[in-house]
Design a protein around this ligand. Structure first.
Ligand code: SF4
Length: 374
């Protein structure tokens, strides 16, 4: 199995982990990375611009700590032979005395809170020691410019290299081993197997036992009740478990119908129109047709929902370079585009761990029924 350094942290937690990519999170992370790499903030929101500036200032501070002159690389490919693992270092600075600093920006939000995300940086540091024979010590720092949190500085020199290599190698070998057993935890929320993973059964059963005594209370119309915080929490646990399962069931049922199977007893096949839409490759033709029909641009614009990500994607095909396309598109709408945000609940395992939450919910559930097990 070809392993990506960014998956090492989750593979250390579960050898069967397979990441579900979230394009929204990935896109946001890529744009911020590009701004930090190029120093071109055109079109970034004021808050994101401040974040990118802070990251660059941090990098300059690290650079100043090295023996001068410094060889400075942005988005540098490195490769560790012993691990057969390559990756791109966000910023690599090599001091004149053979000390190198590897900086990795964590701009996405897709790491479970119990993952040891320094493993990715350590793999890069090993790659630097392989690719730069004059480097005797690699220092690694992982920093999240959004939260301004920074990891402790990691250090690998030629003497400690073998130990770190063997630790990461054992994670890779465990992931490659078909007999390795899955290990559940908060990382399951990012795993492609989570809707069908047998290792999750005890977790799901325990969660259900916890929330079921109060399930009738929990299922009261959520828009008209104002539950106390503990009940809201129990409801959120139940929702996240059911949501994941429902999505998988829906996909499986849709696939079953698509294959021409008869609907199961009690159900019938329905075909519902989702409205007329213009296929992506016909958008220009549609625009010309609307104009030819005398429909004013202001009316067409009012009916459009311009997704900048999509326009950047299309522009990249024209100019052949995503950074250039991003600067062009974002620059064009600077001062017009507004930043969208969303608010949602997510588990805070650092604040309240699973065992404490379960105990708290058992106490707080309205029925007060104690359950000993399934
Ligand atoms: S869902 Fe299963 S395979 Fe995926 S991370 Fe969790 S335990 Fe591992």
């Amino acid at each position: 199995m070809k392993i990506r350094p960014s998956n090492l942290a989750c593979l250390a937690l579960c050898p069967k982990f397979a990441r579900v990519d979230n394009p929204l999170v990935t896109d946001a992370g890529t744009l911020m990375h590009e701004a930090i790499a190029t120093g071109n903030y055109t079109g970034l929101s004021e808050s994101d611009k401040g974040i990118a500036e802070g990251a660059l200032a941090f990098a300059e501070q690290e650079k100043a700590s090295l023996a001068q002159p410094v060889r400075d690389f942005v988005e540098k490919r490195v490769y560790c032979k012993a691990l057969d693992l390559g990756g791109t270092v966000d910023r690599l600075m090599v001091g004149a005395d053979g000390t190198a600093i590897v900086l990795d920006w964590k701009t996405g939000l897709n790491m479970p809170d119990d993952a040891d995300d320094s493993l990715q940086v350590q793999a890069y540091m090993l790659g630097v020691l392989d690719d730069f024979p004059d480097v005797h010590t690699a220092l690694g720092v992982l920093t999240n410019p959004r939260t301004q949190s920074t990891s402790v500085s990691m250090r690998i020199d030629r003497e400690s290299k073998a130990g770190v290599t063997s630790r990461i190698l054992s994670i890779i070998q465990r992931a490659d081993d078909p007999f390795s057993a899955p290990v559940p935890g908060s990382h399951c929320a990012r795993c492609r197997h989570s809707h069908r993973c047998w290792a999750l059964v005890p977790t799901i059963r325990a969660s259900a036992v916890t929330v079921l005594p109060g399930v009738l209370e929990l299922l009261r119309d959520p828009t008209v009740v104002t539950p106390p915080p503990e009940i809201r929490s129990a409801r959120a646990v139940l929702r996240s478990i059911l949501e994941r399962w429902c999505e998988a069931v829906k996909d499986a049922d849709n696939e079953y119908l698509k294959q021409g199977n008869d609907p199961p007893p009690g159900f019938k096949r329905m075909i519902r129109s989702t409205g007329l839409r213009i296929p992506e490759n016909e958008r220009l033709a549609a625009l010309h047709a609307l104009r030819a029909a005398g429909i004013d641009d202001s009316i067409i614009a009012a009916g459009c929902n311009l997704a900048l990500g999509k326009i950047i994607e299309a522009m990249t095909l024209v100019v052949g370079d995503k950074k250039e396309a991003t600067a062009l598109v974002q620059g064009a709408v600077a001062g017009i585009a507004v930043e969208g945000t969303t608010e949602y609940l997510t588990r805070d395992r650092k604040g309240v761990d699973d065992a404490t939450l379960v105990a708290m919910l058992r106490k707080a559930l309205p029925s007060g029924v104690e359950q000993d097990g399934p």
